[in-house]
Design a protein around this ligand. Structure first.
Ligand SMILES: Cc1cc2nc3c(=O)[nH]c(=O)nc-3n(C[C@H](O)[C@H](O)[C@H](O)COP(=O)(O)OP(=O)(O)OC[C@H]3O[C@@H](n4cnc5c(N)ncnc54)[C@H](O)[C@@H]3O)c2cc1C
Length: 463
């Protein structure tokens, strides 16, 4: 990797992407189709010899599921990437069929629904980085935090970025993909632009995660597990297989139910979930790490697409623009959808025309986050402690309807498939309002939406 900032050119054929996370890497891949050179600026040092934890992506210590739509979009952007991920140790499973999954209503049966890719976030990032950097037009400057935007001489454009070390980096286009800690609102203010409008919903969900060595059990009929909480019992847990023959177990809870990060308490919390299945699975397993917590899981959307004034040559993508309560597992898929939307928005534009088109491009790419935003915010609003604009009448009706969809999807393959189609972002939420689906849901309207579920599903032996 070339480690030298390019100060020699005026950046005419050069694009800079801030952040070598998922959104940054996929954006670099797309921009290399339009620019002669793309530089990815990353604050962390990056390992070249394999997946490693790094402080800039602290969420990697927690379970990450990549839904089918994310897998397919990444494959479209980087042909062969799915094979590289599975060869590296990721598992491609069918959900809910390959899981023990207790929904807010009841257990899902062993039904097909959607593919889902599971692996450590470190492995996913490293595999993607290796694939993206095979393109000779893309380079990474690692260990170089970006510190600000450079104003263009015309007073209405961005002409590059400043770095904590080394000289400025001129560029025709700058894309902020620095994730949850993005400084773009402050950087825009420094250039004289107003702060973007912010919409925020916070259900105060806390995470605590640790890894275990996968216990040997050739007869185990499941690969992963999800015991969901619900408003009257807001504690849950997920167990996913990750590379290195490990289980990654993430416990979750809202507000005062946030999971502990100390040793015996972690197991006790698991014991108190709506089903003992997860506790039974891990109680004798060998822990490979201490529990680690994560707070700050609010849904936050910065409406850059609504800005009245916007500089030429700047775009914002990924978590930097919109982030979600992670419990629905959508952030990585939305990062991929954002890159795909960018590719479509830039189609036909030459590099010199892109800066002036940035405002329109920001507007065209924003809807990539909309379905995930709708799902996360309307589900979070079921929890009484959620902060944010209250649900309108339409949202409340939709919540009631979705509770019935969930009950039906637990056992009815004809509802399970569209439910997971929407959850995996493969199908739009409106799919669940098609006449056939509505009739099927109405036929189950009398079923209880919050039944007392058995400890284990009928199709499963206990541990
Ligand atoms: C606890 C938790 C669990 C999650 N689980 C899931 C899940 O199951 N499924 C899912 O799809 N999503 C999940 N997500 C969301 C997912 O992690 C994010 O949506 C995804 O990482 C977004 O990618 P990004 O590239 O925008 O940001 P990130 O992946 O966070 O990358 C940002 C990058 O920018 C770098 N950076 C920051 N500041 C600077 C700077 N000044 N200069 C240069 N570089 C900088 C960082 O070091 C980092 O490399 C989860 C999130 C959390 C918090």
């Amino acid at each position: 990797m070339d480690d030298t900032p390019d100060n020699h050119s005026e950046g005419r054929d050069h694009a800079v992407v801030l952040g070598a996370g998922l959104a940054g890497l996929l954006t670099a891949r797309v921009l290399a189709e339009r620019f002669a050179r793309v530089t990815v600026v990353e604050r962390d040092e990056l390992s070249e010899d394999g997946p490693r934890f790094r402080p800039g992506v602290p969420q990697s210590r927690h379970a990450h599921v990549l839904w089918a739509r994310g897998v397919d979009v990444m494959e479209g952007l980087l042909p062969g990437i799915t094979g590289e991920l599975t060869a590296g140790g990721c598992a491609l499973l069918e959900s809910p069929r390959d899981f023990l999954w207790l929904s807010p209503a009841d257990w899902f049966g062993p039904l097909p629904g959607s593919r889902v890719l599971l692996g450590s976030r470190e492995l996913i990032d490293w595999t993607l980085r290796r694939a993206v950097l095979r393109d000779g037009r893309i380079r990474v400057l690692a260990g170089r935090p970006a510190t600000g935007l450079i104003a263009g001489a015309d007073g209405r454009s961005v002409a590059g970025v400043t770095l904590r070390e080394g000289g400025p980096l001129p560029a025709r286009l700058v894309v902020d993909a620095t994730g949850r800690t993005s400084k773009t609102p402050a950087w825009l203010a420094a250039l004289g632009y107003p702060a973007p409008a912010l919409t925020r919903y916070d259900s105060h969900l806390g995470y605590s995660s640790r890894t275990y060595r996968t216990p040997a059990d050739p007869a185990r009929p499941w690969r992963g597990m999800y015991v969901q909480g619900r408003p009257d019992s807001p504690r849950g847990g997920v167990l996913v297989p990750v590379d290195g023959d490990r289980w990654l177990v993430t416990l979750i809870g809202n507000g005062e139910h946030a999971p502990p990060t100390r040793d015996p308490d972690f197991l006790e919390f698991a014991r108190g979930l709506r089903s003992p299945a997860l506790y039974d699975a891990i109680r004798a397993a060998e822990p490979l790490s201490d529990p680690t917590g994560f707070r700050g899981t609010a849904n936050e959307r910065r409406h850059y697409e609504r800005a009245d004034r916007w500089p030429e040559g700047l775009l914002v993508t990924g978590d930097a623009a919109c982030r979600f309560n992670p419990v629905y597992g959508h952030g990585m898929t939305v990062a991929a959808l954002g890159a795909q939307a960018l590719r479509e928005a830039l189609a036909g534009l030459a590099a010199e025309g892109i800066p002036a088109a940035c405002r329109a491009v920001q507007r065209r790419t924003a809807p990539a986050a909309s379905a995930a935003w709708q799902i996360a915010t309307s589900e979070d609003l079921r929890y009484p402690g959620t902060e944010g604009p209250p649900p309108d009448r339409a949202t409340r009706i939709l919540q009631r309807y979705m509770s019935r969809v969930m009950v039906g999807a637990n056992t009815d393959a004809a509802l399970c498939a569209p439910f997971f189609g929407v959850l995996s972002l493969t199908a739009p939420p409106s799919t669940l309002l098609s006449p056939g689906t509505v009739l099927r849901v109405l036929s189950k309207w009398r079923l209880p939406t919050s039944p007392e579920a058995p400890a284990y599903p009928p199709h499963h032996r206990s541990a």
